[in-house]
Design a protein around this ligand. Structure first.
Ligand SMILES: [Zn+2]
Length: 483
């Protein structure tokens, strides 16, 4: 397939996610003339669908899948090649999720199933719906909630309307999700409800609505940098942001995309261990680097690490596309990255891994950036802190906070370098964590919200990622989709 067509297919998938729209749902295809396709590394659903001349939804339905972004290399997919898809059932209306609703109760109300609703709405996790969320449901009732929300005039308070999201409200008022979150002391930006009064910061100044971001450039960003703050508990991070202790992250989120709050993939919570699950650094980073769960990346535990199978990491992906690749990490333990990346070592041009202070990590990262500024590059920057400080002093300790303060300072150095070189707009810069931390504890050995809730900051190059993570998919399939 030509680059242009391939790119167009990707854009369709990504824009569908961003807009929350879903292609029409087709009737279940007849099982005549099916083909089995083994997913290859780098393939995505729209590409496969295009190759066989079927829709992505037909493949999703044939395989009982709900998330078009989550397929993995080696997976067997049933391709309903001989099936003539039924006409699209365009008759849908919308329903606004109320308190106490589950996808099951909504489905029952509209005479359908939870899995159909999940498919219809592109939900990856059917257990995750929220009050005020607008769901497509089968039926022809007049969509009473489709009128555009109106802002209150002459006041700085906005009353949440059906269908609103914080992102939508922020765009309408020329502000950011982050600013709204701070102004209203929201614990969870995904959780607002109809009728809630929100303070709009700066609304009296008549701020103009923000223009829509420019479309991604074919061929992907010139440089991609992923920064990991190992073991950052989301609630702790929010406290520090509210306290003004992380000025560089605050500025970054204000200037770029607002912070988003993904939840770690369930597969990165280790099955069968303490209390059923736990989160760990090796699997957490491996999940980020591959977009895969435990089975696909073969890296199950810190204390029993395995090399990720050949060809599955971002380094190999970028190397194959002519990028110079690098990793700088202050974690030199066997599980990350020393064993986990054994198969990728040959595709990693610059390897600086040692137990060193955060400033050493940044020093080497800046050396890499200065050396390869003239070419396309991919760099993974991994700070061991605050994870190690949490293990030694506890999540509530001053040391843990100080680890984040220094991570934030180092972020400022990286952003400053990119800005000074005029590279910021050409670089996709991603900041996230591999897992959280037990509240008040010295471990991250549960799969509770304290450990599986993540944060994600991306610059303006990463708007596609923001949409992807809002749907709780991993960032890696979204990186592929930028190309
Ligand atoms: Zn740890």
């Amino acid at each position: 397939m030509g680059t242009r067509l391939r790119y167009a297919a990707m854009v369709l998938v990504v824009s569908g996610l961003l807009l929350g729209s879903t292609p029409p749902v087709w009737a279940a295809p007849e099982r005549q003339g099916t083909t089995i396709h083994i997913v290859q590394w780098g393939e995505y659903l729209a590409l496969i669908a295009n190759r066989y001349g079927v829709t992505t939804n037909a493949i999703l339905q044939a395989n009982g899948l709900t998330n078009p972004n989550f397929i993995y290399a080696g997976q067997s997919l049933i391709i309903p090649t001989g099936a003539a898809p039924a006409p699209p059932s365009g008759e849908t209306t919308t329903y606004v999720v109320q308190r106490g609703d589950t996808l099951g109760t909504v489905a029952a109300r509209f005479g359908t199933t939870a899995s159909h609703l999940a498919s219809l709405n592109g939900l990856w996790n059917p257990n995750f719906i929220y009050v005020g969320q607008v769901l497509k449901v089968p039926g022809t009732a007049s969509p009473s909630s489709s009128a555009p929300p109106e802002t209150s005039q002459g006041t700085c308070t906005y009353s949440v309307k059906p269908g609103d999201t914080l992102t939508k409200i922020a765009l309408q008022h020329g502000t950011t999700v982050w600013a709204l979150t701070i102004a209203n002391n929201l614990a969870n930006p995904s959780f607002i409800w109809v009728g809630q009064g929100l303070e709009i910061p700066g609304c009296s100044q008549g701020a103009a609505p923000a223009p829509p971001p420019p479309a991604p450039v074919a061929g992907g960003p010139r440089a991609v940098i992923i920064v990991i703050w190992d073991g950052t508990q989301r609630a702790h991070l929010l406290e520090m942001l509210n306290g003004g202790q992380l000025p560089n992250l605050t500025a970054f989120a204000a200037e770029n995309q607002p912070l988003t709050w993904p939840v770690i993939k369930s597969e990165t919570c280790r099955p069968g261990s303490q209390a059923g699950y736990r989160t760990e650094t090796g699997p957490g980073n491996s999940a980020i680097a591959t977009g895969l769960g435990y089975t696909g990346m073969a890296n199950w535990a810190n204390d029993d690490p395995h090399p990720i199978p050949d060809g599955l990491t971002l380094w190999e992906w970028f190397k194959g596309r002519g990028y110079t690749t690098g990793i700088v990490s202050s974690k030199d333990l066997p599980f990350w990255p020393n064993t986990t990346l054994n198969n990728a070592r040959g595709e990693i041009d610059y390897w600086k891994v040692a137990r060193q202070p955060q400033s050493w990590v940044t020093d080497n990262a800046l050396t890499f950036i200065r050396t390869y500024a003239g070419s396309r590059f991919f760099l993974w920057i991994h700070y061991q802190e605050p994870d190690t400080l949490g293990h030694s002093n506890g999540e509530n300790s001053a040391e843990y906070s100080q680890g984040l303060v220094i991570d934030d300072r180092e972020l400022g150095r990286i952003v400053g370098e990119l800005r000074a070189r005029g590279m910021l707009d050409e670089t996709l810069l991603i900041l996230t964590t591999d897992h959280g931390f037990n509240e008040g504890g010295t471990q991250h050995d549960t799969c509770s919200a304290d450990t599986k809730d993540l944060f994600l900051a991306v610059n303006n190059r990463g708007r596609g990622l923001t949409g992807c993570v809002r749907y709780q998919t991993d960032i890696t399939p979204c990186i592929w989709a930028l190309y």
